[in-house]
Design a protein around this ligand. Structure first.
Ligand code: ZN
Ligand code: ZN
Length: 308
């Protein structure tokens, strides 16, 4: 499948703006060769999926990977402000396209849930997936084989749902997070949902990580929610610096008022991570996108539009 991808990219490099009028003034052998080349282009273009256009600068896409309704959002602050209030949260997946490859950041609730049209109830509320990640990737000409890197903010089930669809990607994983997930059984972690990391090519990291080596897409270590929790910083030409929070914040007010969920693994680490991200946002005049916050999601260009 890798070969197919490079073939498509090569094919796209051949100029396809030539019309038949151009061909009519060409020598016969060149004409035949040109038509042959054109047929190759056409067959590559009508292959299994429409090839993604090549990108010259970094793009950030926000994909709908489900939503979660909770009867009581008290679990998101250990100081009581949310107690007894219901909430609807989004659960996006993020695609970063870079001239050197494509990163999938967080993988949502999982496409399997879309089989249950009305969603599924659980003891705390309701979860639903209306559109699949794979269909959305198709919309922008991507197949799972086109995902160069996969990385997760952390291993809670609402971020790992589709991970196993990408065994061909290089998985960039936090050592501390995987060690914790493997040794601390939790109802919030479904090891089976990301078991493909055992067979995939992996890059195990223990701090910040520059995904494409040019500073435009950086994974930032932000522990506290879980031991290996990380956030994503994307530097865009027009939109500037954007930080996707992961679950460092569940709602914008968690950032605004420094609220910490009682189920976080370490309160002090969470506050230190909040300080770090706050300072980076100030220094870069950056934009914070709180992963689960519906208003932050709505404020982004509606897929397949993107930030660049
Ligand atoms: Zn979480
Ligand atoms: Zn989450």
């Amino acid at each position: 499948m890798r070969c197919l991808r490079s073939m498509r990219q090569n094919a796209l490099a051949i100029p396809i703006h030539l019309t038949l009028e151009h061909f009519s003034i060409m020598p016969r052998t060149y004409l035949i060769r040109s038509i042959g080349a054109l047929l190759l282009v056409v067959s590559a273009l009508i292959g299994p999926a429409q090839a993604a256009e090549e990108v010259k600068q970094v793009r950030l896409y926000a994909l709908d990977c489900g939503r979660v309704q909770l009867k009581d959002m008290g679990m998101f602050s250990d100081t009581g402000e949310y107690d007894g209030k219901a909430v609807v949260m989004v659960d996006p997946c993020w695609i970063v396209r870079h001239p050197k490859g494509t990163l999938l950041w967080d993988t949502g609730l999982g496409d399997k849930m879309a089989d249950n049209k009305g969603g599924v109830d659980f003891d705390l509320g309701h979860m639903q997936v209306d559109v699949t990640l794979l269909d959305q990737l198709k919309t922008i000409g991507l197949t799972p084989d086109d995902i160069t890197y996969l990385s997760l903010s952390h291993t809670h089930f609402d971020h790992t749902g589709n991970a196993n669809e990408f065994p061909g990607a290089t998985w960039i994983l936090s050592k501390a997070e995987i060690a914790w997930a493997e040794t601390n059984p939790s109802p919030s972690v479904n090891l089976d949902s990301f078991s493909a990391y055992r067979i995939a090519k992996t890059e195990m990291i223990d701090g910040d990580y520059d995904v494409f080596g040019d500073g435009t897409v950086r994974i930032l270590r932000t522990p506290g929610h879980t031991p290996g929790h990380q956030s994503l910083l994307v530097k865009l030409k027009k939109a500037g610096t954007v930080i996707i929070s992961g679950d460092l914040f569940h709602l914008r007010d968690n950032y605004r008022y420094r609220r910490v969920p009682p189920f976080n693994v370490e309160r002090a680490d969470t506050l230190a991570s909040i300080d770090r991200i706050g300072t980076i946002l100030k220094n870069t005049k950056g934009r914070l996108v709180v992963h689960h916050d519906p208003l932050d999601f709505k404020a982004l260009p509606a897929f397949p539009k993107y930030l660049d």
